[in-house]
Design a protein around this ligand. Structure first.
Ligand SMILES: *Cc1c(COP(=O)(O)O)cnc(C)c1O
Length: 373
């Protein structure tokens, strides 16, 4: 029997049905442009304002510190390219395990004449604060470290790293796309200057996200045009998606503790089932990791082949991120943690979300054991 199991929630999540329903009025009836002065635009304006407040509340920010973007990629690009200046002796310190949105934005500022340091991580994917201390210098304008890694789930010591950046006079950005809406997170407690998030990773719609910019941070505007987003990011607001994002974030934030327990049970049951089948594998990542993100390496197997065999059984998982090089077929994250090639090539990422069940986990364990034996 082929039953569909979606276990790729780190790639994207299903839109929450209530978030969808909150969006529809703004697609159909309340279609006004929020910048217009007539009363028909009042409802769009109000929705925009309320959504900004809801989102700010969920992460401990003030509403004028939330800037809507088209998603995680744009937010990360803005934080880096909007801060670094052409031809100046400025440095970005980031890590070897960032999402390509960050890594490639860093390549761009390198071409602009800035320098970039890519910090190594330990075998669990953790950025050691001492490593940052060694590599940061007086020219460092920005430190950008992801909150949680999308391939192996490792959570980074953000507040500690941020404190080091501030001691050296640098600003701190975190790509928190995997974390927002999934773990408790407060921008003021962390002390960070900028944070990127994306709605479709927390059961909101695709193509919408936000950048938190701490009040007083001197970041250049990202898109030139109208005065939207306090003159920082032009373009008519996508009210429906903004409303959907706010709704989804509020819903997910309200159930964070329950969802973490739910995902922990699923993980435990999953590993118990794998143990029972006597499969030979290792789990990548640190003890402190995103609930539900599971990176497994099966030595002397091919991750891509495993993915396709699971697909034939109706199961969606992933091999992690796209590879940097066509010939190594090993992701930059697995290279950075120094995973042996025998294991790295046999790696798959299973990522459970709030809509998954223990039954899904058992099904995947069963399928894996059938494929591997
Ligand atoms: C998905 C993801 C992104 C990109 O977000 P989009 O909204 O898809 O552009 C950036 N960083 C991380 C860690 C991600 O998981």
């Amino acid at each position: 029997m082929k039953q569909f199991v979606y276990a790729d929630n780190a790639a994207t999540t299903q839109l929450d049905i209530n978030a969808f329903e909150a969006m529809t009025p703004y697609l159909l009836d309340e279609y006004s442009n929020a910048s217009q002065p007539y009363s028909f635009a009042r409802s769009a304006k109000k929705a925009l304002k309320e959504s900004r407040e809801i989102i700010a509340n969920c992460i401990g920010a003030n509403s004028e510190e939330i800037f809507f973007t088209s998603g995680g990629t744009e937010s990360g690009n803005w934080a880096i390219k909007g801060l670094m200046e052409c031809g100046k002796e400025q440095k970005v310190v980031t890590t070897q395990i960032e999402h390509h949105a960050i890594l490639r934005a860093c390549r761009t500022v390198e071409r602009m004449g800035c320098s970039v340091t890519y910090l190594p991580v330990d075998m669990q994917g953790v950025v050691k604060p001492d490593t940052l201390k060694e590599r940061i210098n007086g020219n460092t304008k920005l430190v950008s470290v992801m909150y949680a890694n999308n391939e192996i789930g490792t959570i980074e010591p953000i507040s500690e790293l941020c404190a080091i950046a501030h001691e050296r006079g640098a600003l701190f950005h975190t790509d928190a796309v995997q974390a927002v809406g999934h773990v408790h997170l407060n921008v003021k407690e962390l002390g960070i200057d900028m944070l990127s998030a994306s709605a479709h990773k927390f059961n909101g719609p695709k193509g919408i996200g936000f950048l938190y910019i701490k009040k007083g941070t001197k970041l250049a505007s990202y898109l030139d045009g109208g005065a939207q987003e306090f003159g920082m990011r032009a373009g008519t607001e996508n009210i429906a998606s903004i409303v959907g994002m706010a709704y989804a974030l509020k819903e997910n934030t309200a159930i964070i503790d329950n969802n973490i327990s739910h995902l922990t049970v699923i993980e435990d049951e999953f590993f118990a089932a794998l143990q029972e089948k006597n499969l030979n594998f290792i789990r990548n990542g640190a003890k402190l990791h995103m609930p539900g993100i599971i990176s497994l390496s099966f030595p002397d197997h091919d991750g891509e082949a495993l993915l396709h065999r699971l697909d034939l059984l109706g199961i969606c998982v992933s091999t992690g991120s796209a590879c940097d090089s066509k010939n190594t077929r090993i992701s930059h994250v697995l290279q950075a943690i120094g995973l042996d090639e025998r294991y790295a090539k046999g790696t798959i990422r299973i990522s459970f979300g709030k809509n998954n069940s223990v039954d899904d986990a058992k099904r995947i364990a069963e399928a894996l054991s059938r494929i591997l034996q």
